[in-house]
Design a protein around this ligand. Structure first.
Ligand code: NAD
Length: 271
């Protein structure tokens, strides 16, 4: 996809942080926006602000872990805009603490939002997009934690590694189609992610079940904290060039190289 003018973009977790910044960047390029988010209050602020900025935008309250909600989101997108070119599978949550303290509810909430969200989004949107036959792109927000697991972020690491694998799989499988796929793998970016528990359902422990942020993501893997705007620009460039991996922090490469070297060295003991 080279041009976003009059293209339709659905952005999950689009009412805050990275999602909202990408929505704004796409809007500036002339895209029509569907902002999907679980947080009604955030949608009520973000969507009117986007409209005041001159963009065509609609908010759809969506829990990405609910397949029926994703179907309703797709239905609404086709009803309002007649199609969809970009899906940014971006909604995500983090639970902090060592693996040995994680409960089934910590795992379930993480997997429901971070993995089932993108899976439902892919399974529901992809056939409709392929049927329309237009240029398009599926883009996923994983994390650098999906490339190199970080301390005290077990369920997050696991789900984000799966999201990297989903994007890698799609990038291969979509080769003969007009669609591309990319995965965003940031280290720290200034957003409300540390306060993810605000959206944790009561049935999965509620807001108070969460451990406070314990310097986990910046603990073992040190790097800068970036603002959302340059990250959004990287996302648009990657879509234009159908680049699979979107890294945001140059300093992360040394951690990846360290992991790759350890995995490679372990082959010395292979049969
Ligand atoms: N901020 C960072 O340092 C960082 C680093 C790596 C990856 N990420 C990833 O970036 C993505 C965006 O997060 P962010 O950092 O902008 O944080 P954020 O909290 O500002 O934004 C996340 C958005 O997702 C929404 N959301 C949460 N649960 C949802 C659900 N079940 N259904 C629909 N929407 C839901 C929230 O309401 C919020 O608007 C996440 O996938 C996160 O894991 C963030």
């Amino acid at each position: 996809m080279k041009d976003f003018r009059n293209k339709v973009a659905v952005i999950t977790g689009g009412a805050s942080g990275i999602g909202l910044a990408v929505a704004r960047a796409l809007g500036r390029e002339g895209a029509k926006l569907v902002i999907a988010d679980i947080e009604q209050g955030a949608l009520d602020k973000a969507v009117p602000a986007l409209i005041v900025e001159g963009f065509e935008a609609e908010g759809v309250r969506t829990d990405v872990s609910d397949r029926n909600a994703i179907i309703a989101l797709a239905d609404r997108t086709w009803q309002r805009f007649g199609g969809c070119n970009v899906v940014f599978h971006n909604a995500g949550v983090a639970v902090f603490g060592p693996v040995q303290t994680m409960t089934d509810k910590d795992w379930k909430w993480s997997i429901d939002v971070n993995l089932w969200g993108p899976v439902h989004g892919t399974e529901v949107f992809l056939p409709r997009m392929l049927k329309d036959g237009q240029d398009g792109h599926m883009i996923f927000t994983a994390s650098f934690a999906g490339i190199v697991p970080n301390r005290s972020l077990g369920p997050y690491n696991v789900t984000k590694a799966a999201v990297v694998a989903l994007a890698e799989s799609l990038h291969k499988d979509l080769r003969s189609t007009p669609l591309g796929a990319s995965v965003l793998c940031p280290m720290r970016v200034t957003t409300a992610i540390d306060n993810s528990a605000r959206n944790r359902p009561e049935s999965l422990g509620g807001a108070t079940a969460a451990q406070p942020y314990a310097d986990a993501e910046s603990g073992s893997l040190q790097g800068r904290t970036l603002s959302v705007e340059p990250v959004a620009d990287l996302v648009l460039d990657a879509i234009r060039e159908n680049r699979l991996y979107i890294h945001t922090h140059k300093e992360a490469k040394a951690f990846f190289d360290g992991r790759a070297a350890k995995i490679s060295a372990a082959f010395d003991n292979a049969l």
